[in-house]
Write a protein that binds this ligand. Structure first.
Ligand SMILES: Nc1ncnc2c1ncn2[C@@H]1O[C@H](COP(=O)(O)OP(=O)(O)OP(=O)(O)O)[C@@H](O)[C@H]1O
Length: 256
């Protein structure tokens, strides 16, 4: 369980350029599913990268359970946009998912894949294998373990990428447009899974272009367009959006 609080984040990609984020504050509570919505170029991906520590804000601060993000980066994991993946890479689902653990383990002294750890803690390898199996089951891809990534549907690929992300020891998960390019049933399946993860105590922030009934799956909705335009429950957001003129957002290619 972990709470992420970001306050007054301001960020520009170059010194003299205009900020792409301006005084953005967000709070992600344990066991909640939050949607981050906004038009193209609103700064959603930038914000997720900052919250994960890949980019540093020019101003503002990010704390996890009161500790600076620098000290607790391992508690935050980012699932990147699907366009950043090479889906043709010859790898099985199981191997991809296990990479989520190995990547993290490199920087840890208790890497369960290291011989010295194995000797000291013989169950660590078994535990990690169980975790791999459990994580694949959690997102409904256990039966696809030996399939190659390029033989999967888009929805299955996204679930495999989610499972890889879940293999990290994080408690807060930032998902960058995980439902982009998924057909409605696959989108619905994916949202059910993230809902279950939140109900199990994880904190999830999911960026999306979706506007409509799917927002009802979320506990909190943040509307971003360089700054936070509105934040609240799906019902509260509907009311607020009318006040801030949703048509101007739609004109900005705010799709679906
Ligand atoms: N690496 C970068 N260098 C310079 N500018 C960037 C970089 N990445 C993004 N930007 C700019 O920052 C702004 C915010 O982009 P960002 O990708 O965060 O928005 P977004 O809301 O995720 O957009 P989309 O919904 O289209 O993915 C845009 O104007 C974009 O052109």
């Amino acid at each position: 369980m972990a709470t992420l609080v970001a306050e007054n984040l301001t960020f520009a990609y170059a010194k003299k350029s205009k900020p792409v984020l301006n005084k953005v504050s967000v709070e992600i509570k344990p066991g909640t599913l939050t949607a981050l919505i906004g038009p193209n170029g609103a700064g959603k991906s930038t914000l997720l990268r900052i919250l994960q520590g890949q980019n540093t804000p020019d101003k503002g601060e990010i704390k996890i359970d009161g500790e600076n993000l620098n000290r607790s980066r391992a508690l935050v994991a980012l699932m990147p946009q699907r366009s950043s993946m090479n889906w043709k890479f010859p790898i099985t689902v199981e191997k991809l998912v296990s990479l989520g653990q190995i990547k993290y383990s490199k920087s840890r002294s208790n890497n369960p894949f290291q011989i010295k750890t194995l000797l000291a803690y013989p169950n660590s390898w078994i535990n990690k294998c169980c975790e791999l199996e459990a994580t694949m089951q959690r997102v409904g891809i256990a039966s696809l373990a030996n399939r190659r990534l390029d033989s999967l549907s888009g929805g299955q690929q996204q679930r495999a990428l989610l499972a890889k992300t879940l293999m990290s020891p994080a408690k807060i998960f930032l998902l960058d447009e995980p439902c982009a390019a998924l057909d409605p049933p696959a989108k619905e399946d994916f949202l059910k899974i993230v809902r279950q993860l939140a109900d199990a105590g994880l904190s999830l922030l999911v960026s999306s272009h979706d506007w409509g009934d799917s927002l009802n799956n979320y506990d909190q909705v943040i509307v971003l367009d360089k700054s936070v335009l509105a934040v609240g429950s799906p019902d509260q957001i509907q009311d607020k959006l009318e006040a801030i003129n949703i048509s101007s957002i739609n004109e900005n290619n705010f799709c679906d």
